[in-house]
Design a protein around this ligand. Structure first.
Ligand code: AGP
Length: 614
């Protein structure tokens, strides 16, 4: 979850690195630092705290150099402090390293290196890397070879960037496993390295992505990539369409607010070019490389993901089973990867991941691969590991999602799963043409329906004021909107720190209804869908026990409005797409409660945007 930025060129490296790190703030961090080659020596500035602290250090003791690396740290070993902040210098002062990931065998390596005379200045696992490189440099190896030989000793997943006074005209970077990406930006007589695209997009859109077990030698003129075994690799250059401005807040107070309101655009974009609304009403998802033969061969689908992405998968289960008649099992990735799932060549495993770098999800994908499954992913981050690991993928096409609480990267996969279900049903013959035409026509309504939900933000904000001081909250849903209850609760708890719980409404009578009294507000998701009548009686049961009830209801449903305390209105929506509209008021509700409470909406405590460690 750390942020990394490197630069080599003819411009001043320091501001480029600092601005790049600022673009990666959302990844979460508790300390920051940078190192620059200046007059043949390595100068380091680093400390615990936010980037403002690092800026102060640089202002007090300026750095001047054209080659440098920077880092924002999310502590895994050693508390946030100056000595534990990256970059890490070794003993000679001739090598410096920044690292993303966990050196799983750092204790043995530390002992081995100390026995050779290495002196450690930090409690971090990362510091062993710089001492290993120094070991091989002092044995007369060149920098590239010294880095390669050092990496051989490391267990775990890593993203590493290093520079040295030995060869000041290059930066070496390497990637092992899935500890966050390494992307190399190609400029004119200058090169950029980063752990994520937003850090370098203002400088270049031409990038290459390092794969696992690859090492890059980056010089001003360009980059040479090789495997850790030394075999030359030709990586394809990607042109990235995202522009840096879209990664800014615009007129919004928080990224989360911007991204909630971007959902009309992101839903339009995730549909764009994939649906034939005029003629055959077909769906095209070319990156899946799906043929009728492959589609007919699928006996079962596992959907695996974490957090919000897992909630999208739960909706996907209902859609794919109902439309394509294929059995679907949803498994959160941290469970799937360890439970020896029954997976074979007739099983498809679909991973959903906004960042495409979530360690548990990637590990689940690797487990599926090992067991011979066909592997798909739905990702937002192009070039991410989850995209490149899969046999086929669907891009969310939502643009950068910076707020830690996922919003547009929840509704986009709902639509992707809806389109996937139609495609599978069509290819397998379980969906006839008239039904397909209706489903495709319904899809056309979605961006406008989402827009109408957003137009009601004022009503939601009023409810937020009413609920801003609650200590607990229950979210109840059924059927295709049961995951909506889980997602609404997750949004509230992760940004407002209020204990919120999503629950299958039908389960209340089996225990949780004991919780309900006037101190336990209940959000009931009760749009006009096939489960409406059951939800209506749920509302009556909650009211009978004195609860404050907030109902999410379809426009003009006076029957519900007459018995609840507050209503969050949603426009009439075809039930299979209703999770797209029902979630938007809940996103807004969580956002406004957290904003009213004055909390750090975009970077909630203890959380990071991409959980690249277990
Ligand atoms: C959702 O708001 C959270 N930020 C978190 O649950 C997130 O969905 C989860 O970590 C999965 O992330 P991914 O989609 O990038 O894999």
């Amino acid at each position: 979850m750390c942020g990394i930025v490197g630069y080599i060129g003819s411009r001043d490296a320091t501001p480029i690195i600092l601005n790049g790190l600022k673009r990666l703030e959302y990844r979460g961090y508790d300390s920051a630092g940078l190192a620059v080659l200046q007059d043949g020596a390595i100068q380091v500035r680093r400390d615990a705290g936010k980037l403002a602290r690092l800026q102060t250090l640089v202002d007090e003791a300026p750095l001047n150099g054209h080659v440098g690396i920077g880092h924002t740290r999310w502590a895994t070993h050693g508390e946030p402090s100056a000595r534990n902040a990256h970059p890490h210098l070794g003993m000679t002062g001739e090598v410096v390293v920044v690292h993303n990931g966990i050196v799983e065998n750092y204790i043995e390596l530390r002992q081995e290196l100390a026995a050779e005379g290495a002196i450690f200045n930090s409690e971090t696992d990362s510091e062993v890397i710089v001492h290993l490189i120094e070991r091989y440099l002092s044995a007369g190896k060149g920098l590239t070879e010294a880095v390669r030989q050092a990496l051989v000793h490391l267990k775990g997943a890593h993203g590493i960037v290093t520079l040295s006074t030995h060869e000041p005209d290059k930066i070496i970077s390497a990637r092992i496993g899935n500890a966050g990406g390494v992307v190399i930006g190609i400029g004119e007589g200058e090169m950029f390295i980063a752990s994520d695209l937003p850090a370098i997009l203002e400088h270049t859109r031409e990038v290459v992505f390092l794969e696992s077990r690859q090492l890059a030698v980056v010089a001003r003129e360009g980059v040479q990539v090789q495997t850790l075994e030394g075999k030359k690799v030709n990586l394809s250059i990607h042109h990235v369409a995202w522009d840096p401005v879209s990664a800014e807040k615009g007129e919004y107070r928080h990224f989360m607010a911007k991204e909630i309101h971007e959902q009309v655009r992101s839903l339009t974009d995730t549909i764009a070019g994939r649906v034939d609304f005029e003629n055959g009403h077909g769906v095209r998802l070319p990156e899946l490389h799906l043929t009728a033969e492959k589609a007919r061969r699928i006996k079962k689908i596992f959907i695996t993901a974490c957090g919000t992405a897992a909630h999208a998968g739960m909706v996907g289960k209902v859609l794919i089973e109902h439309i394509a008649r294929i059995p679907v099992e949803v498994d959160i990735a941290s469970e799937f990867r360890y439970r020896d799932p029954i997976v074979d060549a007739d099983t498809t495993v679909l991973a959903i991941s906004q960042s495409g770098e979530t360690a548990d999800t990637l590990a689940a994908m690797e487990e599926a691969r090992r067991k011979g499954a066909m592997l798909w992913s739905i990702v937002n981050a192009i070039g991410s590991q989850a995209m490149r690991l899969a046999d086929g993928y669907i891009s969310m096409q939502s643009g950068p999602e910076i707020g830690v609480a996922s919003t547009k990267a929840y509704t986009a996969p709902l639509v992707d799963l809806y389109m996937l279900a139609i495609l599978l049903g069509s290819l397998r013959g379980s969906l006839d043409k008239p039904s397909r035409r209706r489903l495709v026509s319904d899809l056309r309504l979605i961006p406008d329906l989402a827009g109408r939900c957003l137009d009601r933000e004022g009503q939601v904000e009023q409810v937020a004021y009413a609920l801003k001081d609650v200590q607990h909250c229950l979210y109840l849903g059924r059927g295709i909107n049961m995951p909506t209850a889980y997602e609404g609760a997750l949004k509230l708890k992760e940004i407002s720190y209020i204990h919120a719980e999503g629950y299958p409404a039908g389960e209340m009578k089996h225990g949780p209804i004991a919780l309900i009294d006037r101190t336990m507000p209940v959000v009931v998701i009760a749009p006009r869908d096939p489960w409406y009548d059951k939800m209506f009686s749920q509302i009556e049961q909650a009211k009978a026990r004195g609860a404050v009830v907030v109902a999410l209801a379809t426009d003009s449903d006076e029957r519900i409005a007459n018995i609840v305390d507050y209503v969050l209105w949603v426009p009439e929506t075809p039930w299979m797409l209703s999770p797209v509209t029902t979630v938007i008021p809940l996103q807004l509700l969580a956002y406004h409660i957290a904003a009213i409470r004055g909390l750090d909406v975009d970077q909630p405590r203890n959380l990071a945007k991409s959980v690249t460690v277990e």
